[in-house]
Design a protein around this ligand. Structure first.
Ligand code: GDG
Length: 487
């Protein structure tokens, strides 16, 4: 990768979550850094920008919500070798309306094509505005000339324009991690809300989505709602332009590839295989969420069991559901439905010596996750909608043995890239069942051929390339003169 032409002094990341959580221990405050994709990408960007860990002037400043654990912490302690955290404190009632209300009860279901789950409340929109303003206050106290501000995700759609109004010369990037839906869905938002949200995003210089479809949907919404001219990937405003592009996020390929070969992962994998008595393993893991298609997945597995009795006793579905948002009624109901369905399938097909589904409602350690990625014969990933889906990319990156089959929903952003997976429609029970059969019976030579192609793609398109490409887009923006193209 060519180093990007960086004239930025500092990187200011803004996202709902901070890069670490704070734990109070007997010795004082301990920071636990998250290992998610965004944190890895940002660390690598810091290196690319010539910054060095341990150099206090080169740390990355990260603005995010200050949860209860941060409220009692001494602000001077909120930094580690890589990051300085700037918590945004928001009073509980406003946070509830902003986060649980507008973000998770309206934008999340609506933008994942679940309009009937969406709750439209004026008070939630007001909380969303107030919370975005709180982020602005923390940010404006921080920004210096030459900084690059990179804002993330659907909780902060109003923030780019708020920053633009406060500091017109700021350099601002915005990345959207969930699907951007078709205009027909955006139109369900009240007119003033959809105008405000789109105008909010257009405060950025560069706006990124995972796929070209999301880019097209966004551009069409901007054209219809705000009636702004669009030239190629650029939205033309009176005084500047906004560059919109697809930047598919990815994983740290080398980390997964290498860690999957480490002794503790290999040992854990062997233990699992022994426990399952060398049965074939189908694996799935996702947060508890109605977007992840967990019920359809179970129905596909049930259909497969019913129509392929020769596989009974020879295959196990290991399904981990990671607790998430389980204080919300809809999620509690989904959990109940999943557990009822698992119980029914196990009751229908199980025997004294064999359980078709091993289900757990818990999270896995990194070692356990890698052990299951590498132990399984089939990874069954069936979201009804997913902006990208990193689990499928992590599975492929872990398969240094070139074995295993990926079954992937056509509605995950990743399906645009991982075309050598068995691509299915998750609501088509029979298609899912057929893919399970095809995956379990696929000759090793075909597994290898498909896996190698997908691994090559991921090796060339890591999370580091994602952030690199996003930052490189700023060079085009600064050179672009709208009047040259509109003439
Ligand atoms: C949003 C968008 C988009 C999961 N279970 C365990 C565990 N995980 C880790 C995985 C993966 C991450 O969580 C999940 O990432 P996804 O991308 O699949 O899904 P979301 O959390 O919904 O993320 C999504 C993403 O943003 C990035 O833009 O791809 O579409 O919805 O990294 O490994 N990790 C461990 N134990 C678990 O049990 N250790």
């Amino acid at each position: 990768m060519q180093p990007f032409d960086s004239s930025f002094n500092r990187l200011l990341i803004v996202s709902y979550r901070l890069p670490f959580t704070v734990q109070q221990t007997d010795d004082g405050t301990e920071l636990r850094q998250n290992s998610g994709g965004l944190v890895s990408a940002v660390l690598s960007m810091a290196e690319q920008m010539g910054q060095r860990q341990g150099d206090s002037t080169a740390k990355i400043h990260w603005v995010g919500f200050g949860d209860a654990s941060l409220q009692s912490a001494d602000p001077a302690t909120l930094e580690n070798d890589a990051f300085v955290a700037h918590p945004v404190f928001i009073e509980e009632a406003v946070h509830n309306g902003f986060y649980y209300g507008f973000s998770n009860d309206l934008i999340w279901p609506l933008f994942h094509y679940f309009p009937s789950y969406a709750s439209f409340k004026e008070t939630d929109f007001q909380s969303y505005q107030q919370a975005n303003t709180r982020f602005l206050e923390t940010l404006t106290a921080l920004i210096q000339p030459g900084d690059l501000v990179w804002i993330h995700d659907f909780q902060l759609m109003l923030l780019p324009d708020m920053v633009r109004q406060a500091i017109p010369s700021a350099t601002i990037g915005y990345f959207f991690h969930i699907p951007f839906p078709t205009y027909e869905i955006v139109k369900l938002l009240p007119r003033t809300w959809r105008q405000a949200l789109l105008k909010g995003i257009l405060g950025a210089d560069v706006v990124g989505f995972h796929t070209t479809d999301y880019v097209q949907h966004f551009l069409q919404s901007v054209s219809d709602v705000l009636e702004l001219p669009i030239i190629g990937p650029r939205i033309v405003l009176p005084d500047r332009s906004v560059m919109v592009g697809d930047f598919p996020i990815s994983v740290d390929f080398f980390k997964f590839n290498t860690s999957a070969q480490e002794a503790d992962v290999v040992n854990t994998r062997q233990q699992y295989q022994q426990l399952l008595r060398q049965n074939k393993i189908i694996f799935s893991v996702d947060r508890l969420d109605y977007t992840k298609g967990i019920i359809y997945r179970l129905q596909g597995f049930e259909w497969f069991m019913a129509h392929h009795p020769d596989w009974q006793g020879r295959v196990t579905l290991v399904m981990t559901v990671v607790p998430s948002r389980d204080k919300i009624g809809q999620y509690q109901e989904l959990k109940r439905e999943i557990e009822e369905t698992v119980g029914r399938i196990n009751g229908r097909f199980g025997t004294i010596g064999w359980r078709p589904i091993i289900y757990s409602y818990s999270s896995l350690s990194f070692t356990e996750l890698l052990a299951l990625y590498t132990a399984c014969d089939v990874a069954l990933i069936t979201p009804i909608r997913d902006g990208m889906n990193l689990v499928c990319k992590e599975f492929v990156a872990s398969r240094h043995d070139h074995k295993g089959v990926l079954i992937l929903s056509e509605f995950a952003g990743a399906a645009q890239e991982l075309t050598d997976a068995l691509i299915i429609n998750p609501t088509d029970t029979q298609e899912v069942a057929d893919a399970i059969q095809q995956g379990l019976e696929m000759p090793e030579s075909e597994q290898q051929q498909r896996m190698i192609a997908m691994r090559e793609h991921l090796q060339n398109n890591t999370v580091f390339r994602w952030s690199h490409n996003f930052l490189t887009a700023f060079a085009d923006v600064s050179r672009y003169k709208p009047e040259l193209e509109t003439d």
